[in-house]
Design a binder for this molecule. Structure first.
Ligand code: ADP
Length: 190
């Protein structure tokens, strides 16, 4: 199964992706995690991405499309994957369609986790406190920027994927298990 999880920062994409990894035995491909690993390892890509990620902007479509395409070629992706944090722009969604075409693959569903922005701010501030400030971009100012970037650049993907007949929307404000149940029901049969 090949899924995309779509939703604003803090909507629970990462939490749900980890549960779906266990259920379906396919890996989570998180561009945020990959970029943070590259930044921590100080690779050339990490050094280029650091300032951009820290201020809540998006790194270039070429960089993230390249890392995702390479990652999909790893053996553990043979039976599918869960994309978390990619695509984030229409250009990335088009790049994804092209790379899947080239690989002879297709998406089964795009799950939109809908969330209330006011509650997201509280959730992320809490995540920052619990993780001891592990993420430089989890502070209120950068968070506002990331939510703004989501509305401007990522939210248009909802109608993009609705047009492709792939969109399934679930309420991300429900308890974690209920959200998981709704996602499984929404993708059931794919
Ligand atoms: P969240 O879901 O909490 O917003 P992520 O871990 O998905 O956070 O991403 C953190 C940061 O990594 C983003 O704010 C952005 O700077 C960068 N990033 C992640 N994915 C992409 C992407 N697909 N395109 C561009 N930048 C990305």
């Amino acid at each position: 199964m090949r899924l995309v999880l779509l939703g604003p920062p803090g909507a629970g994409k990462g939490t749900q992706a980890q549960i779906l990894v266990q259920t379906y035995g396919i890996p989570q491909l998180s561009t945020g995690d990959m970029l943070r690993a590259a930044i921590a390892a100080q690779t050339p890509m990490g050094l280029e991405a650091k300032a951009i990620v820290d201020r809540g902007d998006l790194v270039s479509d070429e960089i993230v499309s390249g890392i995702i395409s390479d990652r999909m070629d790893e053996p553990d992706c043979a039976n599918g994957f869960i994309l978390d944090g990619f695509p984030r722009t229409i250009a990335q969604a088009e790049a994804l369609n092209h790379m899947l075409d080239r690989k002879g693959l297709h998406l089964d569903a795009v799950v939109e986790i809908k969330a209330d922005p006011d509650i997201l701010v509280k959730r992320i501030v809490k995540r920052a406190q619990e993780s001891g400030g592990a993420r430089a971009d989890d502070n209120e100012e950068v968070l506002r920027k990331r939510l703004d970037v989501y509305v401007q650049q990522t939210a248009p993907l909802v109608s993009f994927y609705a047009n492709e007949g792939l969109l399934r929307s679930v309420d991300g404000m429900a308890p974690i298990d209920d959200v998981t149940g709704a996602i499984k029901a929404a993708i059931g049969g794919s």
